[in-house]
Design a protein around this ligand. Sequence first.
Ligand code: ITT
Length: 206
Amino acid sequence: MQSENPAVAKPTPIFLATRNRHKTREIQEMLGSGVLVTDATTVPELPEIEETGTTFEANSRLKAEGISRHVPGIVLADDSGLEVDALSKEPGVYSARYAGPGCTDEQNTALVLEKTVGVLHTERTARFRCVLAVAENGVTLATFDGTVEGILATEVRGAGGFGYDPIFMPLGYSETFGELSSEVKHGMSHRSRALAQFKQWWAARQ
Ligand code: ITT
């Protein structure tokens, strides 16, 4: 029989107020094995939080506060999306449901490409934004934001990542996030930049 090794520390748990498993996977990868990220897909009885805000910050606070009323300890929420300058910063906070309620990533991506047909390369500037909110017992304790600038591709390229990754080329690259490795994405993404600030805040708190 194997005995437990007291030198091997148990991962610190953190609850992520999301049902988007891609966000959970990315945040778990970036926080590493010292942290165990659980999300709302593991607790079906948690309420659905309506994203009624018009900013990423407002929606991330709504999700963190709403879920932290039902989950002990601190809760992290991520509200994120793509802003396309040629579309007046759409899809923005509507990124997940741009092509309508219940739509797929592929339908959203196709709609952005359709609406930008004929837009010149120099006019195809875009960015991903992410706001992370951390809350406890229904109160937001802090928020952190991150952005990555880039150019919208004219076609879907690559099968990596999720969401709009196959049509977004970060500045300095001719490949999309769908083609680049997750290590490259995590080295510069909107989510990793917001998460770096959260990590500092969390370390100072512990
Ligand atoms: P939760 O509210 O449950 O967290 P959601 O997917 O509805 O999940 P958001 O309202 O924040 O979350 O919408 C985020 C959308 O923005 C996401 O579904 C993608 O379409 C897009 N998005 C965000 N981060 C992205 C990334 O790193 N790569 C590609 N697309 C991303």
